[in-house]
Design a protein around this ligand. Structure first.
Ligand code: A2P
Length: 344
């Protein structure tokens, strides 16, 4: 089996490479791809390749995490060359011929690929889906108000680097942080995040649409509906960037058809695969861990049909690379490798 990793030098690609090794993915050969800038570099003892028509054929599986435009330009070419593509970008997620899969939530959809492409959900949507599905199966989910606390690493290595570079200059003058925050914010550059992120919270993540929602927020609505097969699900999203390196957190207010009992809800959450229940999980403590964790589970103060909870997951692992590799494992387990080339 020949496996391509596209975007192999990035934050998610680096984790993908490690997971393929650690999970003993049955690859005979792994070929790493990145931009022209990295072509020729040696990573994991392998020479990074550029994307060219003559380098992208003959793969069984291609794992993509190189941004939407690279996926748009190259995923179909890998698929035409015989690969099942698992794509971590937003390029293909809402295509009706492309399944959008969270491994523990809707694994059977892996069989429904008609393009040879399978999409990996957005990292924030991903972690919400585990508790949402666990509770939906018991009580029937009808609505979610979801407010995210998203890590810098959701914007890739450049997002992590920008936050890291801001910390020391701002920490050097605590008095200014306390008394003149605007001056502190102006001391450092920001090009990745919408404002200075160190010692701050930035409530704008992506591009605003006419209704006042960002593309990141619309993903929470549209992808949740597709993954849970609930086209009428009401979602009210607010996405916020916080000065955390890795680990997305989301406060969710979920409404159900049936009144959810707290004990039954906790039992459903504890029984769900790769989901852990803890009183008050934090992203720092869960960075680097495979499981998604849910806490602060409580009944609403006014509406008996509502549960409130706080879910945390590593955006590079479950939110991205781990789920991508889990999908690739499903593809292999179900014998779908080699069957993907679309008819000419
Ligand atoms: P490179 O390291 O050569 O720029 P991140 O999400 O951490 O920013 O990583 C993005 C990944 O996608 C990197 O591996 C990056 O390679 C790769 N990439 C970016 N643009 C392209 C492109 N046009 N073609 C192929 N790979 C790309």
């Amino acid at each position: 089996m020949r496996v391509a990793v596209v975007g192999a030098t990035g934050a998610v690609g680096t984790v993908m490479r490690r997971l393929l090794r650690e999970r003993a993915f049955p690859a005979d050969e792994i070929v790493l791809f990145a931009s022209e800038r990295s072509a020729g570099k040696v990573v994991d003892g392998l020479t990074v390749q550029p994307l060219r028509d003559d380098t992208v054929t003959g793969f069984d599986i291609a794992l993509f995490s190189a941004g939407g435009s690279t996926s748009k330009a190259w995923a179909e070419r890998f698929a035409a060359g015989g690969a099942v593509v698992v794509d971590n970008s937003s390029a293909w997620r809402m295509d009706p011929d492309v399944p959008l899969i969270v491994a523990e939530v809707n694994p059977d959809a892996v069989e429904e690929t008609r393009k040879g492409i399978i999409a990996n959900p957005n990292c924030t949507t991903m972690v919400v889906m585990l508790p949402a599905k666990a509770l939906h199966d018991r009580f029937g989910l009808t609505a979610m108000v979801a407010t995210s606390f998203q890590a810098a690493g959701g914007a890739g290595q450049k997002g992590i680097d920008e936050l890291a570079d801001q910390v020391e200059p701002l920490a050097a003058d605590v008095d200014q942080l306390v008394n003149d925050g605007a001056a502190a914010a102006r001391k450092v550059e920001h090009t990745v995040h919408a404002n200075t992120l160190a010692f701050n919270v930035v409530p704008l993540l992506g591009t605003l649409n006419d209704q006042g929602y960002t593309d990141e927020e619309m993903k929470l609505q549209n992808e949740s509906r597709k993954i849970l097969s609930l086209p009428g699900l009401s979602v009210t999203p607010t996405c916020v960037r916080v000065p955390v390196m890795v680990g997305h957190s989301i406060a969710v207010r979920a409404t159900f058809e049936r009144e959810p009992g707290l004990d039954e809800a906790l039992e459903a959450l504890r029984a769900f695969p790769n989901l852990v229940v803890e009183e008050a999980p934090t992203p720092l403590e869960w960075a680097g861990r495979d499981e998604t964790v849910v806490g602060r589970v409580r009944r609403d103060l006014s509406d008996p049909h509502v549960l409130n909870f706080f879910v945390v997951g590593d955006n590079l692992l479950k939110g991205a690379a781990l789920n991508t590799v889990q999908i690739a494992e499903l593809v292999v387990e179900r014998g779908l490798v080699g069957s993907s080339a679309p008819a000419a």
